[in-house]
Design a protein around this ligand. Structure first.
Ligand code: TRP
Length: 710
């Protein structure tokens, strides 16, 4: 799908598809490259526009936005005494413009922004229009003046320059034309000629400022949308004269071969699942927050280096799809950098890690150093707070859908335990038994029981008993209910539909659930455990597929109700640390599942089971024969044993040594498997011992509502 260009403004924008309209002109120039959307609202000033920003720029839009043109001021500039309703003081107008730009930036992180200052006012035409419209009642007094509009235009230019947004100053530019009065119909709105002037001025500034969007017309006939036109920017589908027999039949094959509807590689974009995934696609649902990806292919051979996958997903129809309950990858696994781009989170880079080390006096965990926790939101704000001695808390969770946890499940918890040790801070752990009841074929009592069982494995990770509160939603819901309501009031169905892909046949329980997972991000949900701290910062370590919940949470945070303690509106946005998915034993193209005993190593597995599973099922990136392996070495990217060692072997030097030797052929798959087996046996044995020591009393202690020690 082409991306979009959004025109956001007042009546001048609303009418921009009328005769020779500048909107229509842009639509013509960008045909098949960008869809031009008319978001003009007649009569609106910036104050009203700001109020409806959430409706106009929802959290997720189905296409990417490349450019937003913000064109306000004509109504704001109404004179206070003549038209107090539409008038907005000039400084507020400037601030509103900046707020609107910020909102657009937050929602459409990759989009360019262009500001347009209001056009001049023709006094004579304005008064004539008034007379025509109001007859005898006409006051003969101007409700807008050219000088007034000039002040607003100047303010628009001033704030744009200060904040480094490009700006088109129509007020000045138009008045440079001798005939500028012909641009205005009623002294305020644009004539066809005025529209043409604006259309050309916009295309000029777009070409100059955003050269990647520029479209160069066909030299022969001036057309913007044929094979003679050109742009750095991708067009939607080939021009007809580019379609030849070969490309056409290849494309047809692609479409018929399952890349489209019903296949596993449907082209939903990130963050938009195809609605009720389990119904429409017949794909097994993801079991938990940290398990692996799935794909249509299954690689059964454990010694072949090339995947036998016959997946038809490729090129434009295959995109990485991530929603909380269904995570799928393309053939090369997840494109995590693309996720960062699409989600608008930040990569964890060396600079941030250096700061982490400086502030905490701890070497960053190997999962941070190795890019296993690869993305974040606002981690620097948490570090700032910690530096100042300000307290914050950690929040993570698990959906208790099965008794047996596998190694992937432990990752967020082991990492959170490390964070708790480093920051010595309180921690809350949500067990979403309600979520599993809604999504799975399980009874309420069973979900509740599983929450209690899973709590034992979680406690076995070594959390501090006096600083950790574990809760089941079924038990603790009432304490969070006011917060849940505050969230529910501020999120629309359209928003959750956009983020999670709900549709008309989603149960209302599912539709409302995101507010339940969002609530623990606000300290006000923990009156007793966090001792009445109504606005404490929160850091959430989680797998990247949980991010949609917290994008939603971060969106409502500033709009939450007045905070009693600070007397300020809004709550802090939770900060996040995102991990990659844990790869399945059978390799990056298969899926871990609690129901398939051989697809994962469970924390309850015996030494023998571990040895057998790794030897038999761990996908190898090594060559087929020893000779070939010695000559070419292994492909580490798809090799489960090596990839798992990245997770579970803390010693950097040793890991590097193995990687070098294995990829150059000095080491064989069997040797790497042996190392992995030892590592896994040690971790599971340690975990089993720790779990055996967790008594029911201890679980009750961790799960009791009590003030935490901090
Ligand atoms: N929805 C998550 C799951 O299915 C559980 C969860 C709840 C969670 N709150 C969380 C995970 C916070 C990470 C962080 O597993």
């Amino acid at each position: 799908m082409p991306g979009s260009l959004i025109l956001f403004g007042d009546s001048i924008t609303q009418a921009s598809f009328s005769e020779c309209g500048f909107g229509a002109h842009l639509s013509n120039v960008f045909a098949r490259r960008l869809d031009v959307l008319n978001r003009g609202f007649s009569g609106y000033n910036t104050r009203w526009a700001k109020t409806y920003l959430n409706e106009i720029f929802p959290i997720c839009q189905s296409t990417t936005t490349e450019l937003v043109i913000i064109f306000f001021g004509a109504n704001d500039a109404s004179l206070l005494d003549q038209n107090p309703r539409q008038h907005v003081p000039v400084n507020e107008y400037g601030q509103n413009l900046l707020d609107i730009c910020q909102h657009v930036k937050d929602r459409h992180t990759n989009s360019h922004i262009l500001l347009v200052a209001p056009p001049p006012i023709d006094h004579a035409k304005r008064l004539a229009f008034q007379k025509q419209r109001y007859k005898e009642q006409a006051t003969g007094v101007l409700e807008r003046t050219n000088e007034g509009a000039g002040l607003y235009a100047a303010k628009c230019v001033e704030v744009a320059l200060a904040a480094q947004y490009p700006v088109l100053d129509l007020w000045t530019l138009m008045q440079k034309e001798k005939d500028w009065s012909s641009f205005l119909s009623d002294g305020l709105h644009l004539t066809a000629e005025g529209n043409r002037f604006v259309g050309h001025a916009l295309v000029n500034i777009i070409n100059k400022t955003f050269s990647n969007l520029a479209v160069i017309p066909d030299k022969l006939n001036g057309a913007f949308h044929n094979s003679g036109s050109s742009s750095n920017f991708a067009k939607f589908l080939p021009w007809h004269d580019e379609i030849d027999e070969k490309s056409y039949s290849e494309y047809q094959q692609l479409m018929n071969g399952g890349g489209h509807s019903g296949g596993h590689s449907g082209g939903h974009s990130v963050g938009h699942s195809g609605g009720e995934v389990e119904q429409s696609e017949g794909v097994e649902r993801k079991e938990d927050s940290s398990s692996s990806s799935s794909s249509s292919s299954s690689s059964s051979s454990s010694s072949s280096s090339s995947s036998s996958s016959s997946s038809t997903s490729s090129t434009s129809t295959s995109r990485t799809v991530v929603t909380p309950w269904d995570a799928k990858a393309g053939d090369e696994g997840f494109d995590y950098m693309k996720l960062i781009n699409d989600y608008g989170s930040q990569p964890i880079n060396d600079e941030l890690l250096a700061r982490f080390e400086k502030v905490t006096q701890h070497q960053p965990h190997e999962w941070l150093r190795r890019g296993i926790f690869f993305s974040h939101r606002d981690l620097h704000l948490i570090l700032d707070a910690h530096e100042k001695g300000e307290k914050f808390y950690l929040y993570t969770g698990r959906g208790p859908s099965s008794e047996s946890l596998h190694m992937g499940h432990l990752i967020p918890f082991r990492f959170t335990k490390w964070l708790q040790d480093v920051f010595d801070c309180p921690l809350v752990i949500q067990l979403t038994d309600d979520e599993k009841f809604l999504w799975k074929d399980l009874g309420l009592a069973e979900c509740h029981r599983l929450a209690f069982e899973n709590a034992k494995d979680i406690i076995a990770c070594g959390f501090k008993p006096d600083k950790t509160f574990i809760f089941s939603d079924l038990d603790y819901y009432s304490e969070m209910y006011t917060t849940i309501l505050e969230i529910e009031k501020r999120v629309t169905f359209n928003q959750v539909k956009g983020i999670f892909g709900f549709n008309g046949s989603s149960s209302i329980g599912k539709v409302a659930f995101p507010a339940v997972q969002a609530a623990p991000s606000f300290s006000r949900s923990f009156q007793i455990p966090l001792k009445g701290n109504s606005n404490m910062r929160c850091l959430i370590p989680c797998a990247i597929d949980q991010d949609p919940y917290f994008r939603m949470t971060r969106d409502v945070a500033p709009r939450m109700k007045l905070c009693k303690a600070t007397k300020k509106k809004g709550c802090y946005k939770p900060a996040l640390l995102h991990s990659v998915f844990f790869p399945a034993l059978q390799g990056p193209n298969s899926k871990m599942s609690s129901s398939n005993k051989n697809s994962a190593i469970f924390v309850t597995d015996t030494k023998k089971e571990i040895k057998n599973k790794v030897n038999k099922h761990a996908f190898s990136g090594g060559q087929d024969t020893m000779e070939l392996q010695r000559e070419h070495g292994a492909n580490l990217i798809v090799d489960t044993s090596y990839q798992w060692l990245r997770f579970f072997l803390p010693d950097d030097d040793k890991l590097k040594e193995i990687g070098n030797a294995y990829s150059t052929g000095a080491m064989l798959t069997g040797e790497v498997k042996k190392i992995l087996i030892d590592v896994l046996q040690e971790i599971t044995a340690g975990h089993q011992q720790a779990r055996a020591k967790v008594s029911d009393d201890m679980v009750h202690e961790f799960m009791s509502v009590r003030p935490l020690n901090f």
